[in-house]
Design a protein around this ligand. Structure first.
Ligand code: NAD
Length: 265
């Protein structure tokens, strides 16, 4: 019996990266998955890999006119959604000083990362509540609790996701809907590893994290799976950090127990 046996799920931004890894884990654990993304070829290819338990739909999460059609498609193909993973996001690899960041790019990041999550919640709640409840998992970031220079608006967008998650948990708990967030640190995807170097090489940039390595997208999907499944039935409003300890505190080089002087892969 799979950990998501018989559940109907929607995963946004599922053409590649953490979304694709999540869709793969969900199908392996017995769920049906509607994968959505703006990347049509990649999205179709990922869904095709997963067989009859998966469908793909072209979808821009920031467009409120598209969300009702996604929920309708999900109901038609598989039934009412019991899990929504708001994973689609941009901006984590666009490093720029706040002073020079264009308002248009800042608005786009906020539109997709924040408004997209709000629209997703608004779209699924009626069907999810009518079907007896469910689980919404939002992809935030360590940047929400430990913001990064050159990622000011991205960090702000993820703080907004974490805040929205907690407010939604309060509003939706009485209707049987749990809302939690996952905070990845460095995951080996097109966004996290924008240079596209091998994982061992990418891990060399994680010298500031206690575990001293980047992670596979599948390690983030494990956390999403837990929050989506009935194993986390008493969790709502939580933030699950999967970051190799990046946000644990200020790891002082000059004090005993600090980071090793030579980076390890
Ligand atoms: P990724 O770039 O590989 O995947 C993101 C997916 O979202 C892509 O397939 C992209 O086409 C899709 N997308 C972008 N805009 C969209 C839109 N408007 N509508 C629908 N889909 C859209 O990145 P990833 O690393 O897999 O990121 C997944 C989530 O995890 C994001 O929310 C990201 O901010 C978060 N995250 C990632 C890391 C990391 O290190 N990889 C760290 C912290 C947080």
């Amino acid at each position: 019996m799979g950990r998501l046996e018989g559940k109907t799920t929607i995963v946004t931004g599922a053409a590649r990266g953490i979304g694709a890894a999540t869709a793969r884990r969900f199908v392996a654990e017995g769920a049906n998955v509607l994968l959505t993304d703006v990347l049509v070829d990649d999205g179709k290819a990922t869904a095709a890999e997963l067989g009859s338990a998966a469908r793909f739909a072209e979808h821009d999460v920031s467009d409120e006119t598209q969300w009702p059609k996604i929920v309708e498609l999900c109901e038609r193909e598989f039934g009412a959604p019991s899990v929504l993973v708001n994973n689609a996001g941009i901006g984590g690899a666009h490093f720029e000083l706040l002073e020079t960041l264009s308002p248009d790019l800042a608005r786009k990041i906020l539109d997709i990362n924040v408004i997209g999550v709000m629209l997703g919640i608004q779209a699924v709640v009626p069907a999810m509540a009518a079907a007896g409840g469910g689980s919404i998992v939002n992809l935030s970031s360590t940047a929400s609790v430990s913001p990064m220079n050159a990622l000011a608006i991205y960090s702000a967008s993820k703080s907004a996701v974490s805040g929205m998650t907690k407010a939604a948990a309060m509003e939706l708990g009485p209707r049987g809907i749990r809302v939690n967030s996952v905070q990845p640190g460095g995951a080996d995807t097109a966004m996290g590893n924008a240079m596209g170097v091998p994982l061992e090489e990418y891990s060399k940039y994680q010298g500031h994290t206690p575990l001293q390595r980047a992670c596979h997208a599948d390690e983030i999907a494990s956390g999403v799976l837990y929050l989506a499944s009935d194993e986390s039935l008493h969790c709502t409003g939580t933030e699950l950090l999967i970051d190799g300890g990046q946000a644990a505190g200020v790891w002082m080089k000059t004090l005993p127990g600090g980071p090793p002087r030579r980076k390890r892969s």
